[in-house]
Design a protein around this ligand. Structure first.
Ligand code: UD1
Length: 342
């Protein structure tokens, strides 16, 4: 029997892809998810891909009694990947307390249980949002952090601080925080992918829904930024490549021989692409036109950010592999499968 790993938020977008990659190398995966932003079908589709049905427990991590009962039941868990969190920037501005409560208390409950049930290894889902608009590009792990632009972003910054402080007093605890840039794309089987509820906030789901005819037009938020074509620049990372970084991080924690019990890694490609470049690359990769118009800037957007991935490449031994074009094609194949487009 493989080593047991808990994946919170395991039916979500990045979580589900990570479950598949963990299973592929022999881990025995257990998922906790409250299905607040995902569906139970994802468990079936994970099983279709890997041939292995992960154990699945549906509850909210704010319920400490349920979480403790969970760890009593699953006593073999050796490591945790904590994805479960709210992540919509705009919603977080409207409902800050809901974001702080959900994202911070769930992490604190996990940390309490790790101490109580003697589980040492944690991979935490962080974000490049902790850098704000950095003064220097590309950003390294040591680039000074700026004030968060949203309550969502602040939950990630505070979570990293909580982890820093808890590592100091829980001498058994080892943490790797992965700072994701912009995850996009879907599994090559098109059986799992990003499933936004309602109108998508993020760029690529909006593009694929526009291409599928569900949205009339993509709004490109600003073409007067200080960039080559005037639109914002981000570092778009393939979700399967990103999922693989978690497997490497888990291996590193379990077999860790170094003294640093709290590490951070930028998980991006190192390449900054503009919004218009994403639209063009999507059109070239898929042969499908995307109807778009330029509109005003979106409040809170940073102009440009992309990763220096040297530390992830050398220390973690991980590197993004999939091209932007193939990644955008995978996002389109996923959308087509969802909408039964031939
Ligand atoms: C944001 C968060 C990030 C979070 C992610 C997940 C910040 C600074 N970033 O990323 O931490 O993990 O959401 O939800 O808080 N765009 C358009 N039209 C659209 C949608 C987006 O032009 O309809 C543009 C945006 O202006 C931006 C780029 O596309 O330049 C990417 O936007 P998006 O996919 O929303 O991600 P971020 O805002 O980078």
């Amino acid at each position: 029997m493989g080593r047991q790993v808990l994946v919170t938020g395991g039916t979500g977008y990045i979580g589900s892809h990570t479950v598949v990659e963990l299973q592929a190398v022999g881990f025995d995966v257990v998922i906790i998810d409250d299905l607040s932003n995902s569906s139970a079908d994802v468990v079936d589709n994970i099983e279709k891909i890997s041939g292995i049905r992960p154990a699945f427990e549906e509850f909210n991590l704010l319920d400490l009694a349920k979480l403790e009962a969970f760890f009593e039941k699953y006593s073999r868990i050796e490591a945790i990947i904590h994805f479960a969190a709210f992540k919509a920037v705009g919603e977080s501005v409207a409902k800050p307390l809901s974001y702080y409560r959900n994202n911070l208390v769930s992490l604190m409950n996990i940390l309490d249980c790790m101490s109580k049930y003697k589980i040492s290894n944690l991979v935490f889902s962080s974000s490049c949002t902790v850098y704000g608009q950095p003064d220097q590009l590309p950003v390294t792990e040591n680039t000074p952090k700026k004030d968060a632009e949203s309550p969502y972003g602040n939950t990630k910054a505070i979570s990293e601080e909580i982890l820093r402080d808890v590592v100091k007093v829980n001498n058994a605890l080892k943490v790797i925080a992965l700072r994701y840039f912009n995850p996009i794309g879907a599994h090559p089987t098109s059986l799992i992918g990003e499933l936004p509820r309602g109108v998508p906030n993020n760029l690529v789901p909006f593009i694929t829904q526009t291409a599928a005819g569900i949205r009339q037009q993509l709004s490109v938020f600003g073409n007067d930024y200080n960039t080559e074509d005037g639109s914002c620049i981000r570092d778009y990372i393939n979700v399967v490549d990103l999922a693989k970084a978690h497997v490497i991080a888990i291996d590193r924690l379990i077999n860790n021989t170094n003294d640093d019990r709290h590490e951070f890694f930028n998980v991006g490609t190192g390449y900054g692409a503009s919004v218009l470049e994403i639209v063009n690359t999507f059109e070239e990769a898929t042969g499908v036109k995307v109807n778009y118009k330029i509109v005003d800037r979106r409040p809170g957007d940073v102009e440009k950010i992309y990763a220096d991935t040297t530390i992830a490449n050398t220390v973690l031994g991980w590197k993004a592999e999939t091209s932007l074009s193939d990644t955008l094609l995978s996002a389109w194949n996923w959308e087509k499968r969802l909408r039964n487009i031939g």
